[in-house]
Design a protein around this ligand. Structure first.
Ligand SMILES: C[S@@+](CC[C@H](N)C(=O)[O-])C[C@H]1O[C@@H](n2cnc3c(N)ncnc32)[C@H](O)[C@@H]1O
Length: 245
């Protein structure tokens, strides 16, 4: 694992990180930089786009946790969060963990699965820092579990109530309209061309339902019509219901 160090007092922490990352490298022009106690992804040929890192403690995630509408949010309705019932969720396409964090902050236990080594490293680092936070650390440690790198839906023991999927879909929006740091993320990960193949294992794993997040202009995953749909601002959630929660 090549990690650039901008603060050498963090060398020990970075060594621990290298050890856990099993030889992950960010392909050029991307670089992983360990700075200010966190792991960041940079795109060297477009420095103005800024760094990508996972921050559950402050910034947008914290703002949404405090002011985002709680259980009234569309994603909460899609996974079936109701008074007194917090479904267990497997997030099969965890990405930077934003959706999983929202669900966990509302009470769900979420197992996260991410296959891209660099994204997995960024997510692991964000979860590590969140778990160490005095305010959110206790429930983050209890409710959010990232599967080791290389594990897939087929490796999960037990049956979650819900499997949640949000594979990458080619963007229709002009690049300039996509947030800068998300342009870095998208150019690293690309479109998940094999996303259709996720539906069958997700349906086999979920006890009650599979929820698929799609941009409003996208077709159904695997061309399979859902049993229900819930629309939000630019996305919709396709629900494949197997049984009541
Ligand atoms: C659009 S992002 C998910 C964003 C996420 N919902 C969030 O809130 O941050 C899709 C992610 O799914 C991952 N992915 C796609 N197919 C996967 C698979 N079969 N197994 C695990 N991860 C997968 C991609 O690497 C990418 O990081």
């Amino acid at each position: 694992m090549q990690i650039e160090l901008q603060d050498h007092s963090l060398a020990a922490e970075a060594d621990g990180l290298r050890h856990r990352l099993h030889g992950v490298t960010a392909p050029a022009p991307f670089a992983l930089v360990f700075t200010e106690g966190r792991l960041e992804l940079h795109k060297r040929d477009e420095p103005r786009l800024g760094a990508v890192y996972v921050d559950f403690v402050a910034g947008a995630a914290a703002h949404r946790r405090k002011f985002g509408g709680g259980r009234g949010q569309t994603i909460a309705k899609a996974v079936g969060l109701k008074h007194g019932h917090n479904p267990s969720v497997v997030d099969g396409t965890a990405g930077l963990g934003r959706d999983a964090f929202v669900l966990a902050s509302l009470g769900c236990t979420v197992t996260l699965c991410e296959r891209h080594p660099v994204v997995h490293a960024l997510l692991a680092d964000g979860l590590r820092r969140a778990a160490a936070d005095g305010e959110i650390g206790p429930w983050v440690s209890e409710r959010l579990r990232l599967l080791p790198f290389g594990h897939s839906l087929g490796d999960i023991a037990g049956q979650p109530d819900v499997v949640y999927l949000d594979p990458m879909f080619p963007h229709k929006k002009k690049a300039a309209l996509v947030k800068k740091e998300m342009r870095v993320f998208h150019s690293l990960v690309g479109a998940d061309e094999d996303a259709d193949a996720l539906l069958a294992p997700a349906l086999a794993l979920a006890r009650a339902r599979v929820v698929v997040k799609r941009p409003d202009y996208a077709g159904f995953l695997n061309d399979t019509p859902p049993s229900a749909q819930i629309a939000s601002k630019n996305n919709r959630f396709d629900l494949y219901v197997k049984q009541a929660l």
